[in-house]
Design a protein around this ligand. Structure first.
Ligand code: AMP
Ligand code: MN
Ligand code: MN
Ligand code: MN
Length: 280
């Protein structure tokens, strides 16, 4: 049994099999209900494929679903992730841009496999695809294939030795700037929130991103230390931004120790986001 932990009402940062999570949207919502959560945010990388199934399961298990997405951008050599909540999923422009981002992911995958091949590790696309059930492929799927082969003993090790930044088969990916990411979300009437800013110490970028339309900061996150939470809560207050939070749940094997609902916010934050989205 897992040791007991205090549960939040709403975990606003969760991945499903639509991108690099291990649980299907239905399984994720079911787990949330089993744990006693009231709401979750579905924030897959570069895809909204998980929304519909999550909403159907949400009705069945009485879990409020916040529609979201996580978009990777780059600033000064650092990864900056932008969460977009309640974006208009019917926007043609938005969907076209997401398709471009997913295509870039596929192209990068081929390059990563070529680099592994050059090191004598033969993994074909189909083998990676076995671990990618959704439309957004990513490095965790390659890491999983490496683990299944026994080449590494964990996803983490796959990143450390092969596909993480600076490792032997690392390939950078086409990334937007944070401003472009924020504009993409805002153009689709969504609420743009800066994800886990404590991980790469992004405080210096925030004033410019607020000018570009940033409306919230993810203050509570599984990778944040207490001092990160304190710093970014103060910054959010200074700039009158929403404070959000979530675990970044991917499933136990993909992100060991990151438990659903252990990091999050009260349910009223979902309502705050919905209110803001209505005026966007
Ligand atoms: P990608 O989106 O393809 O660039 O892959 C990045 C994803 O890999 C992140 O969203 C995390 O889920 C995961 N990830 C990044 N770094 C690590 C790491 N060091 N160990 C395990 N998973 C990681
Ligand atoms: Mn991920
Ligand atoms: Mn992220
Ligand atoms: Mn995430």
């Amino acid at each position: 049994m897992d040791s007991a932990y205090t549960l939040c009402e709403a975990d606003l940062h969760c991945h499903t099999t639509a991108s690099d999570g291990l649980l299907t949207p239905t399984e994720l919502v079911f787990l949330a209900a089993e744990l006693g959560l009231k709401g979750i945010g579905i924030t897959d990388h570069d895809t909204i494929q998980g929304w519909q199934e999550a909403e159907e399961a949400g009705k069945k298990y009485q879990i409020q679903i916040l529609r979201g997405i996580e978009i990777s951008t780059e600033w000064q050599g650092k990864e900056v992730h932008i969460l977009g909540y309640e974006v208009n999923g019917s926007s043609d422009h938005f969907n076209e841009r997401l398709r471009d981002l997913r295509r870039a992911r596929e192209q990068r995958m081929l390059k990563i496999l070529a680099r592994l091949e050059a090191q004598g590790i033969h993994i074909c696309v189909a083998e990676v695809q076995r671990f990618a059930q959704g439309e957004s492929i990513g490095r965790p799927h390659v890491a999983h294939a490496l683990m299944e082969r026994g080449i590494v003993s964990s996803i983490e090790e796959g990143f450390e030795y092969y596909i993480g930044k600076g490792a032997s088969a690392y390939v950078p990916r086409y990334q937007l700037t944070p401003e472009e990411g924020i504009e993409l979300v805002r153009a689709a009437c969504g609420v743009a929130v800066l994800a886990h800013p404590g991980v790469r110490h992004l405080e210096a970028g925030i004033p410019a991103w607020v000018k570009a339309g940033l409306q919230g900061i993810e203050v509570v996150h599984s990778d944040h230390k207490p001092e990160d939470e304190k710093l970014f809560r103060a910054i959010a207050q200074e700039y009158h931004l929403l404070t959000t939070g979530g675990s970044d749940f991917h499933g136990e094997v993909r992100k060991p120790g990151v438990k659903l609902g252990r990091w999050g916010v009260s349910l009223d934050v979902i309502q705050q986001i919905l209110n803001l989205a209505q005026h966007n």
